[in-house]
Design a binder for this molecule. Structure first.
Ligand code: FEO
Length: 170
């Protein structure tokens, strides 16, 4: 069982995860329009990962006899001034998600729900990787700024990312 307060917070985070998928598909569309299919591929894989994150929350709420509540979100940003601006926007979004996961963990602790704490631990760790991934690409983009060949090489690198369904966590 989960308390109404914890249920509300879990549903809100489920919305954040599904919104992340929507945002990253919007970014994939931007990169595709810029003839950067590797960046677009990276974002599409990122969006698929976010869908699995949302599904984890859906499953957890059901498994704890809670009630799912799919909530509306606003349209994501579809246009960016440059690849660097887009990836920086993505990192800021991940910073927001990290903050919301941390606050959700605070609720789980205050409600003394040990199962939720263990469930959320996976997301705490995942957010470190998420922020690291965006940060690395941003640093690479800064290195190749103004160098079209370097940008295309980075695009080829990002084209190799493949979606691997998560096997750990609840
Ligand atoms: Fe599931 Fe990128 O947060």
């Amino acid at each position: 069982m989960i308390t109404p307060r914890l249920q509300d917070a879990l549903n809100e985070q489920m919305k954040n995860e599904f919104f992340s998928a929507y945002l990253y598909m919007a970014m994939a569309g931007y990169f595709q329009s810029e003839d950067l299919p590797g960046f677009a591929n990276w974002m599409r894989v990122q969006a698929l990962e976010e869908m699995t994150h949302g599904e984890k929350f859906f499953t957890f709420i059901c498994d704890t006899q809670g009630r799912t509540d799919l909530r509306a979100f606003t349209a994501p940003c579809n246009d960016f001034a440059s690849p660097l601006e887009a990836m920086t926007y993505g990192l800021k979004h991940e910073n927001f998600v990290t903050d919301s996961i941390n606050k959700l963990m605070d609720v789980a602790i205050e409600e003394n729900h040990h199962g939720a704490k263990i469930f959320l631990q996976w997301f705490v760790t995942e957010q470190i990787e998420e922020e690291s991934n965006f940060s690395l690409i941003i640093r690479k983009l800064k290195r190749v700024e103004g160098d079209g060949r370097g940008l295309l090489m980075l695009d080829q690198e990002l084209a190799t990312r493949v979606f691997v369904p998560p096997t750990t966590g609840v």
